[in-house]
Ligand binder design. Structure first.
Ligand code: DGL
Length: 268
């Protein structure tokens, strides 16, 4: 039986989902959160579907042991597998990342929009299909960005390799003349400032975390599982499957001044 005092689980292949946790904490301050990043096996976006499905099931079993009331799949690469197919018999519901198609089109005057995501996500064509379902006349520029996740996980924020990768991928958007871009990998908000700067003021850059958080909130409200106590601050436990010290640094990079506890988790 789910109860509103249970925590909310948030998962990702690594540190990327922290960009979603940040938004969730702001919009649901009284909730307790447990974050799980599979830093031992990141990145997922260059792996096979079979491998990724096995990893996510291990993470969902972990959350079942933790007694959560909801799991937010803070990973686009997992979301495009279809959250219904990931749920299995777990007692909690899953909320995946919003594809943000309507907001992206609303931000584009030219109806020419870009999508940055992992090779896996781009390969499924899920975002392109969602955008075209919202407006069949739209032009979509999908860009797989395989270099970003390893550089972000490796804290290479000032490395020339990151500057070169940002240039390579943003040049595709500029050359195509798109005027709105969605960051459909939860790692990319870590470098949103660099992407935005490289694109210049004529391109609007969107992060679907706000929409995802609103979907999670409305689901909890409908199920009467929402904690809304005024003045209560929930707890945040951040777990990684390897390299907790690095995870801790990246957590503080994404969420400075946030009180969190940290733990190492073995999923096998
Ligand atoms: N952060 C993830 C996403 O949103 C996956 C990154 C990866 O492991 O490749 O797609």
């Amino acid at each position: 039986m789910l109860d509103k005092n249970m925590p909310i689980g948030v998962l990702d292949s690594g540190v990327g989902g922290l960009s979603v946790l940040k938004v969730l904490r702001r919009s649901l301050p009284a909730e307790d959160f447990i974050y799980l990043g599979d830093t031992a096996r990141t990145p997922y976006g260059t792996r096979t579907e079979q491998e990724i499905r096995g990893f996510v099931e291990q993470m969902l079993c972990f959350f079942e042991q933790q007694g959560v009331k909801l799991v937010v799949i803070a990973c686009n690469t997992l979301t495009v597998l279809g959250v219904d197919s990931l749920k299995k018999n777990h007692p909690f519901s899953l909320v995946g990342m919003s594809k943000g198609a309507e907001s992206l089109l609303a931000a584009s005057h030219k109806k020419k929009v870009g999508v940055f995501a992992t090779p896996f996500t781009i390969g499924t064509g899920a975002h392109r299909a969602a955008i075209l379902a919202a407006d069949a006349t739209a032009q979509v520029v999908p860009v797989a960005c395989p270099q970003f996740v390893p550089l972000i996980e490796g804290e290479q924020f000032e490395a020339p390799a990151l500057t070169a990768a940002v240039k390579e991928y943003t040049d595709v958007i500029k050359e195509a003349g798109a005027d709105a871009l969605i960051l459909s990998c939860t790692h990319y908000p870590f470098i949103a400032d660099k992407i935005t700067k490289a694109l210049g003021p004529s391109v609007t850059v969107l992060d679907p975390a706000e929409e995802t958080s609103a979907i999670a909130k409305s689901y909890l409200a409908k199920q009467q599982l929402l904690r809304l106590e005024q003045g209560v601050e929930g707890t945040t436990k951040v777990c990684f499957t390897a390299d907790v010290a690095r995870g801790q640094r990246l957590t503080h990079y994404m969420m400075p001044r946030t009180a969190c506890s940290f733990a190492l988790v073995d999923l096998k």
